[in-house]
Design a protein around this ligand. Structure first.
Ligand SMILES: [Cu+2]
Length: 164
């Protein structure tokens, strides 16, 4: 068996880092998707002190090759409908998202049941005060598979001094 101590050590390290702007801090979020066309959460929060977010999407459904496909796409909330429509047109070959589209702030590939995908994105892509949404861009799924991504007020994001 693996040592049960490891998770405790990791949590302790993260707790020590929070509150300080650690350039190397990597913060993890996990989302599950299932065969009922659902994410297991409608709200994700980027913790304080994160320069980079590591997001893992796990499809807990059955590994049937003809089964449901899901992804995880992050956009400004105002862009969600338009990006979903553009993603549908882009089709499966482009993971149901418009290629080279700046409105897509982060995205996993489309995965099937039993698969997992992990991506990393910098919080410098995000701004305090902006409303962000995540959704699955497989056609028709975003009606149910959507949620909000919140920045902890202390999250490390690009300040306006460094903008433009
Ligand atoms: Cu989906």
């Amino acid at each position: 068996m693996r040592s049960p101590l490891l998770p405790t050590v990791l949590i302790g390290t993260l707790a020590l880092c929070s509150g300080a702007a650690h350039a190397g801090a990597s913060c993890t979020l996990k989302v599950e998707a299932n065969d009922m066309m659902q994410f297991n959460t409608q709200r994700l929060t980027v913790p304080p002190g994160c320069a980079e977010v590591e997001l893992t999407l796990q499809h807990t459904g059955s590994p049937d090759p003809g089964g449901m496909l899901h992804n995880w796409v992050l956009v400004r909330r105002a862009d969600m409908s338009a990006v979903a429509t553009a993603g549908m047109k882009a089709g499966r070959a482009h993971d149901y998202r418009p290629p080279d589209d700046a409105r897509v702030l982060a995205a996993t590939p489309v995965i099937g049941g039993g698969q997992t995908s992990t991506i990393r994105f910098p919080t410098s892509a995000l701004r305090q005060g902006e409303a962000y949404a995540f959704f699955c861009s497989t056609p028709g799924h975003n009606v149910i598979m959507r949620g909000e991504l919140l920045l902890d007020p202390a999250a490390r994001v690009a300040d306006s001094a460094g903008g433009h």
